[in-house]
Design a protein around this ligand. Sequence first.
Ligand SMILES: C[S@@+](CC[C@H](N)C(=O)[O-])C[C@H]1O[C@@H](n2cnc3c(N)ncnc32)[C@H](O)[C@@H]1O
Length: 225
Amino acid sequence: MRKLIIRIIHPFLRVFVKYYFTKPRRYNYKKIKGVVIPKVFHPQLTISTKILLDYIDKEDLENKSLLELGCGSGIISTLAASKKAKVMASDINVQALENALLNADKNKVKIETVNSNLFQKIPQQEFDYIIINPPYYPKTPQNVEEKAWFCGGEFEYFKDLFSTLYAYFNNASEVIMILSEDCEIETIKEIALQNKIAFKQVLETKKWGEKNYLFQLERSEVPIG
Ligand SMILES: C[S@@+](CC[C@H](N)C(=O)[O-])C[C@H]1O[C@@H](n2cnc3c(N)ncnc32)[C@H](O)[C@@H]1O
């Protein structure tokens, strides 16, 4: 039903969304005051950022190292830093990093930003937390803005991610990824397993008529394939 509604309103929605996001727009979460600048993923377009914010908000992050891989507006990184985590926020989109720094400043917290395609420029270390709200629609992105949504026709984003993630966490780390029922979860899980990473579901929630899942990614001793 939701997909049918989206198909009907989609052309109008696209025009509206395109216009609406030509200007910086506000996005607040509890005490965190954020702004989202044009060409950066806006958390209001999906429920995924909010679910991750709610998750992070409940965690004790004091002195924990946290990587937000693909930070977008940096609202999650800003919340984590306000909870005294040592935060690294990375993105392939330089405007996202500017946005993340702007939001950290606005909320008087410090974060480190890294312009990196996945882990390419992230110094090797084992993080206590890695938070990932990935692009998951299987289509080739045509520009950097579209990389917020599309993971490549052959799931290239996930293939690259899972082949490099292993070195950045340990058995005590929390690597949290959000996925929606709208994406090909089984394909993504299979790519992870081929790289010795298993998914453990830690939350299922239905909002706006859509089911979302939080998965904890763990080392698996049994590679497949
Ligand atoms: C769905 S958005 C999530 C943004 C933010 N984490 C949030 O929850 O609001 C995905 C983000 O990943 C970034 N991204 C996509 N491909 C990437 C890659 N290969 N390396 C780093 N970041 C990437 C996009 O630019 C975008 O900011």
